[in-house]
Design a protein around this ligand. Sequence first.
Ligand code: SAM
Length: 172
Amino acid sequence: EVVILRIGHRPERDQRVTTHVALTGRALGACGMYLAASDKGVVQSVLDVAERWGGQFFCEDNIRWRTCIKDWKAAGGKVAHLTMYGINLPDIIEEIRPCEKLLVVVGAEKVPGEMYGLADYNVAVTGQPHSEIASLALFLDRYHDGREFAGEFPGAKIRIIPSRAGKQTEEL
Ligand code: SAM
């Protein structure tokens, strides 16, 4: 079970990126996203996609991130915080992979210093500044070792039929 915790979200400017964090997580095998802010717009658009494209992805806003981390750990889970200041992904992923209950934390603008101490793992997807969407995608791919490409989304109303040219879909 992998769940995303999105912190630092500013509704006036991060809606699109936060939505993409959730959709990327969903596509690449996460079960849901906790959002440490109030933003029903994000929640609704993520749930709309999940409803149409299948699977069980959840999205909850108004989460208090410290409590969320505390409860997660109390339930036996581990916490991986994605940050360029952490240990480079290839050097730590083997240690993380056996954790079956994993909370992956991504920030927005500035992550509180406290987060670095709360995480079991601070993981860098290179030591260069870039994006929470890109770092989450690469992290999940390494964590699942590519198995996310075989992911299934039961209950979908629509499915893509992969094709070399053009767009083919099937309504279910
Ligand atoms: N400058 C901010 C800071 O120092 O806290 C981070 C801003 S960045 C646009 C937003 C988020 O993207 C970060 O909180 C982190 O989760 C993720 N991120 C960006 N670059 C990363 C990297 N190289 N490795 C891992 N995560 C990264």
